[in-house]
Design a protein around this ligand. Structure first.
Ligand code: AN7
Length: 404
């Protein structure tokens, strides 16, 4: 029912090939279904709970999946921020509400299930944090060991805590994410571990369900889907999924795929702005949004296609703009996200200011990870709690003096 296909030269590989790149030309692989043989029935999908597995006919797994009940995340109308920006139809899909607090769980339920289906016994990844937290949890669920490589000193506290607590073998390397990914990729090829970074085409299959859910929740195809971009797997995954719905006749158009990067690590943004055929890696990526501190996005070629084919665009935001929007989401909407996630909404504000977005568009921003992932960055931005003596007069006077 499906095979792996090279996105560049079209070479085809069987569904059980353990491959992360085309053996012929080295480019990325994607899962291709015989869509004319897939039977999807809207009514059947609608009868299942909103989750990754609602869409199981368009997923490669044919064993009972390794699951922690991922997906089914809320789609919030951003009423106040939308009003301030003059955007009446601005929404946030809160992927921080997944089991380990990020969208990576959608990829891992499928990816780790595929590891089991393919008979692999150890899984591995490099990570800016969320991938490692998710892989550690899903490997624990499956009862297999996980190895995770992190850039030393550059991973948010909550994410390291998760990877450690779920029992992964956690290794910090003295280098950045891009170097960690190269190392773990090599390790997997030479030592038989199963690689679950977003070069793994099966993982992206799970993540494409963000787009499916957003459409089901909105009851319509949004004009634009906006995502923070690091390794560019997620924007590629959502685009691929929606193309499948289009081919199946379940939707009649594609949203404009829009990627937002942090100013210190923005190779996709630059490639779009300068209309380059491929990205020029950023050798020293830096941003407060450590989740997207990635200079050489491995899915760049898929992401550039997603943006260009849909008439979308890319935006860039400074660390200050990211943190200001993180605070606005928390205080004006009650939505707690980590810095990288706020980049999508901050990017909308920026693109609106430069006239790249129309005010009447229906816009879904994917906010990718939970506030609690990165408590240290939160604490640095907020006034510490006022400490007082344990009596009522002290409390009343404290409230009077701090009622600004
Ligand atoms: C919160 O965990 O790359 O563009 O190793 O954690 O698909 O890479 C995380 C990425 C956005 C970017 N938001 O997604 C990792 C990792 C959050 C993230 C991204 C990440 P991609």
């Amino acid at each position: 029912m499906y095979r792996l296909v090279c996105v560049k030269c079209g070479a085809r590989y069987p569904p059980d090939a353990i491959l992360y790149n085309c053996s012929a030309c080295g480019h990325l692989l994607a899962v291709e279904y015989d869509l004319d043989k897939v039977s999807v029935d809207r009514a059947v999908w609608d009868s299942r709970p909103l989750s990754v597995w609602r869409y199981r006919e368009l997923l490669p797994v044919n064993i009972p999946p390794v699951t922690l009940q991922e997906g089914g995340t809320p789609l919030y109308h951003l009423k106040r921020i939308g009003e301030e920006l003059g955007l009446p139809h601005l929404y946030a899909k809160h992927e921080g509400m997944n089991p380990t607090g990020s969208f990576k769980d959608r990829g891992m339920t499928v990816g780790v299930s595929m590891a089991i289906q393919l008979g692999k016994t150890t899984v591995a990844c490099a990570s800016t944090g969320n991938t490692s937290a998710s892989l550690a949890a899903y490997a624990a669920r499956a009862g297999i060991p996980a190895v995770v490589l992190l850039p030393a000193g550059k991973v948010a506290l909550g994410k390291v805590a998760q990877a450690l607590m779920h029992g992964a073998r956690v290794i910090s390397i003295r280098g950045n994410f891009d170097q960690a990914l190269e190392m773990v990729h090599e390790l997997c090829l030479t030592h038989g571990l199963y690689l679950l970074n977003s070069v793994n085409p099966f993982r992206l299959e799970g993540q494409k369900t963000i787009g499916f859910e957003a459409i089901d929740q909105l009851g319509a195809v949004p004009d634009r889907i906006v995502l923070p971009v690091g390794n560019a797997g997620n924007i590629s995954a959502v685009h691929k999924g929606l193309k499948e719905l289009l081919a199946l006749g379940l939707i009649d158009r594609l949203p404009m795929m829009t990627g937002i990067q942090a100013a210190g690590s923005a190779p996709i943004y630059r490639a779009i702005c300068e209309d380059l055929p491929e990205v020029v890696p950023e050798l020293h990526p830096e941003t407060v949004a450590t989740a997207i501190r990635i200079g050489a996005p491995v899915n760049a070629e898929k992401a550039l296609t997603a943006i260009r084919e849909t008439g979308g665009t890319a935006g860039v935001v400074s660390d200050e703009e990211i943190l200001a929007m993180q605070k606005a989401l928390a205080r004006r909407e009650g939505i707690g996200v980590e810095p990288a996630s706020a980049a999508s909404v901050a990017g909308v504000k920026k693109l609106l200011e430069c006239g790249a977005i129309d005010r009447d568009e229906y816009i879904v921003c994917v906010v990718t990870g939970h506030l609690l992932k990165d408590p240290e960055t939160v604490i640095r931005q907020c006034e510490p709690p006022l400490e007082i003596n344990a009596d009522l007069p002290s409390l009343v006077s404290a409230l009077q003096s701090s009622s600004s």
